[in-house]
Design a protein around this ligand. Structure first.
Ligand code: HEC
Length: 214
């Protein structure tokens, strides 16, 4: 019994010592390696070399699925139509336009079309939820410059002049479309926020700014 216990102890220590050998290019002894090396489909590329990753293959592909293929081989047999361009992603049909999950078309008006942009109506209703979301977003993206009440007195204004006072007469009558356009493209000293804030969130902020102005 004692002997057995010793064998077990040294055996475990030995295994532990080997497992600790990982580093650099050596991944050490892996238990169930196919849990670490899952075969991912990359959107823009397919690995068509059946030998790719053969040196670490531990997965036994079924003969029917991918016979004789190594671990990183990820050619997409279900998307063979695009094999010639070597992508997993399907190329969209010609002349299709991406819509977001609300079904909205992309905002394509360029920066110098503020007047047209100002005429656009918000697709959102003025619900309490929209205003509450708008407040949170305004506090994250606008308040440090424009101030908690929109008076152009945020922390940044302590150091830099020229931040618009959104409560002032000059801005009292700007539309939600105008605000949306300015958030999207920036204006004058203000930089664009279109790449950081989704269209839906920009409309929410615009609603909140209008509420602040009242
Ligand atoms: C880094 C500081 C800064 C941030 C952040 C910022 N703004 Fe501005 N904003 C400015 C400045 C400066 C101006 C004045 C631009 C000018 O006239 O040169 C301005 C102008 C405006 C105007 C008036 C545009 C016009 O027609 O003249 C609106 C509306 C506006 N900002 C809304 C927002 C909203 C909404 C946010 C948050 C998404 C925001 N801003 C974030 C600095 C900022």
């Amino acid at each position: 019994m004692k002997l057995l216990r010793h064998i077990f102890l040294f055996g475990s220590l030995g295994t532990l010592a080997m497992a600790c050998g990982a580093g650099g290019d050596d991944q050490g002894t892996e238990y169930a390696p196919n849990m670490y090396h899952s075969v991912a489909y990359e959107p823009y590329t397919q690995i068509t070399d059946p030998e790719a990753g053969a040196w670490l293959t531990s997965i036994e592909y079924s003969e029917s699925e991918m016979p004789g293929h190594a671990e990183f081989y990820n050619s997409n047999t279900l998307n063979a139509a695009v094999m010639n361009v070597n992508m997993n992603m399907r190329t969209p049909p010609a002349n299709t336009v991406p819509r977001n999950k609300q079904g909205w078309l992309p905002y394509r008006l360029p920066k110098d079309s503020l007047e047209i942009g100002a005429k656009r109506k918000s697709p959102l209703d003025s619900t309490a939820q929209v205003l509450a979301d708008g407040k949170v977003l305004y506090e994250s993206y606008c308040q440090h410059c424009h101030g908690a009440k929109g008076a152009g007195d945020g922390k940044v204004a302590d150091k830099y002049a020229g931040i618009a006072n959104l409560k002032g007469d000059a801005y009292k009558n700007i539309t939600e479309g105008h605000i949306f356009h300015v958030i999207t493209h920036g204006k004058g000293l203000m930089w664009a926020h279109g790449s950081q804030i989704s269209p839906e969130d920009r409309w929410k902020i615009a609603k909140y700014v209008k509420a602040l102005q009242k």
